[in-house]
Write a protein that binds this ligand. Structure first.
Ligand SMILES: Nc1ncnc2c1ncn2[C@@H]1O[C@H](COP(=O)(O)OP(=O)(O)OP(=O)(O)O)[C@@H](O)[C@H]1O
Length: 527
């Protein structure tokens, strides 16, 4: 909590000083890019987390931080202390409690980072043909098995390998060609392979008799047994699509991402599979631009997670296709962590074009705004802590006289009130390190003399009378450093008094000496 308060204080100080946007147009562009990239990162993380139970906890933590800030502002020390301690404890428990969710989120990240498509890993160049052949085989087998009330559990492996399931227990590696007959043979009641799940990898039936570890975290109706639960579990621990043919009801169901939906028949099943396996079948058949590709890449997170139920529904034919008024899809189980609990409940029939109702914080805009706010906050923090602006004092910087000829023409002599100055420069620390005393120029430019002063000098040169005093401002710059990378915050002296007198008078007075340089004790005033 203290960290948060300190951070806010630091940011306010930096904002007050106006140094946050210190730099060239290029620096500002880089800063904006920095905020943009950080926003994307936060967007990605928040989107992944918004599909998990960790989201609720995250909201709780934010609430506690806000309360803590309010309490500490009000000076309520006891409650601030308690909240502070609770937050430190929560930071550790968060990692332990939500290890499965975080693991899943990272897996999703890995999947989407390495591949832009969510298709089956088909070998052939013309993957789509093979996918359609596979879908057709599965459709035929499921139609047959459901009509005969043969129980089956088919897992279609996608990006996440199902090695953990395949290599365990009594599973049998088949690596057989995928065909409807083969599937029916496997799940035929008398077959030694019918128990458990079969895994489809690419265009092969890779393994049979696989046992899926049950998670038990679903809201499945009691009428459904372990086969359906196994389907949900398999879709929870991976991005596999699980198809269940029910032995008791003769129905067909599909599970994706922890959600289970009963489809009307094998034809609807084929539509669903096409939606998930064939790239760009439903959405966009045209060639995408890079921007569209990037957008769909980000959107895909939602397609595969939060919007997965919507996808199920979209994947089915229009509601009117059910001539006898029968429902095309029935949601049997919604993943416990699903963002869609507001939109769908278990065993609720969903209309084909229904829209999901999500809380604002979980909508794309909500997450985008939150991600931007977080990124801006982190950026401000980094500016205030690591990319710090500090100042450095340089002593005895000698004046450089410019345009001497401007006074030579009057044939006068002059004396300066000082020949050197102390300069304080402010810059980003890394820039400041590169500045030495020798890089600083303190210029006295006689070209800056005012017209009235010039007139006085003219009169003096003609009359040879009382000496004339004029003020000149010292101009300071750092050689080899662009003007926007530093600021001169003070110079002492910043104005120099120049006393002019006729050359003859000077010789008489013998005063052609430099004004005294500030003594050490005087210098210490500026430290
Ligand atoms: N963890 C599992 N992994 C793979 N297969 C499983 C698992 N648990 C059960 N099964 C399969 O499901 C069968 C038991 O089905 P059960 O009747 O309990 O489920 P169900 O969901 O009611 O399905 P059905 O409607 O077909 O009866 C088992 O014989 C086995 O083949």
């Amino acid at each position: 909590m203290n960290v948060v308060s300190n951070l806010i204080k630091k940011i306010i100080v930096e904002l007050r000083q106006g140094f946050l946007l210190f730099g060239s147009p290029l620096d500002i562009f880089i800063m904006l890019l920095d905020v943009f990239v950080t926003t994307c990162l936060f967007y990605f993380i928040l989107k992944l987390l918004s599909e998990t139970r960790a989201w609720q906890l995250l909201k709780g933590v934010v609430f506690l931080i806000i309360c803590g800030q309010i309490f500490s502002l009000l000076g309520l020390q006891a409650i601030s202390f308690l909240l502070n301690s609770a937050l430190s404890f929560l930071a550790i428990t968060l990692l332990v409690l939500f290890q499965p969710e975080l693991r899943k989120a990272l897996e999703t990240l890995g999947r989407n980072t390495l591949s832009f498509s969510q298709t089956l890993p088909f070998d052939s160049k013309d993957g789509n043909v093979e996918i359609y052949a596979a879908i057709s085989a599965i459709k035929l087998a499921c139609a047959q098995m459901s009509s005969e009330y043969t129980g089956a559990l088919i897992l279609i492996e996608r990006q996440t390998k199902l090695g953990e399931i395949i290599e365990k227990g009594q599973s049998v590696i088949l690596n057989a060609s995928l065909s409807a007959t083969m599937l029916e043979q496997i799940f035929y009641k008398g077959s030694p392979l019918h128990d458990g799940a079969c895994v489809i990898r690419g265009n092969k039936i890779y393994a049979a008799r696989c046992h899926v570890p049950l998670s038990g975290s679903t809201r499945l109706n009691r009428n459904y047994g372990t086969r359906h639960r196994a389907a949900i579990s398999a879709s929870e621990i991976s991005d596999a699509i699980a198809i269940v043919c029910s032995e008791e009801q003769g129905s067909i169901s599909v599970a994706v991402d922890g959600n289970l939906i009963k489809v009307k028949d094998a034809q609807v099943l084929a539509h669903v599979l096409q939606r998930f396996l064939v790239p760009n079948t439903v959405k966009n058949k045209e060639k995408k631009t890079l921007w569209q590709e990037l957008k769909s890449y980000f959107n895909k997170q939602f397609e595969l997670n939060a919007d997965v139920l919507d996808d199920f529904v979209k994947a089915t034919p229009s509601q009117d296709d059910g001539k006898d008024g029968e429902k095309q899809t029935t949601v049997l189980a919604v993943a416990e962590n699903s963002a869609n609990l507001n939109g769908y409940t278990s065993s609720q029939t969903v209309k084909a074009n229904s829209k999901l109702r999500k809380k604002w914080g979980q909508t794309r805009t909500g997450i985008q705004v939150t991600a931007f706010v977080l990124a801006a906050f982190v950026w401000l923090y980094v500016q205030a802590t690591t990319n710090v602006v500090s100042s450095k004092r340089f002593y005895d910087v000698k004046f450089m006289i410019l345009n001497q000829e401007e006074v030579d023409k009057y044939e006068l002599d002059y004396r300066l009130s000082a020949w050197q100055t102390d300069v304080v420069i402010q810059a980003r620390e890394r820039n400041l390190r590169g500045i030495n005393s020798s890089d600083i120029q303190a210029q006295l430019d006689f070209a800056n003399l005012k017209e009235e002063d010039k007139a006085k000098l003219q009169r003096l040169s003609e009359t040879n009378k009382t000496p004339v005093k004029v003020n000149l401002q010292v101009k300071i710059n750092v050689t080899d450093k662009p003007y926007y990378s530093y600021r001169i915050t003070s110079a002492n002296p910043v104005n120099v008094e120049v006393t002019f007198w006729p050359i003859l008078q000077k010789n008489a007075a013998g005063t052609n000496e430099a004004a005294p340089v500030p003594s050490k004790s005087e210098k210490s005033k500026y430290n």
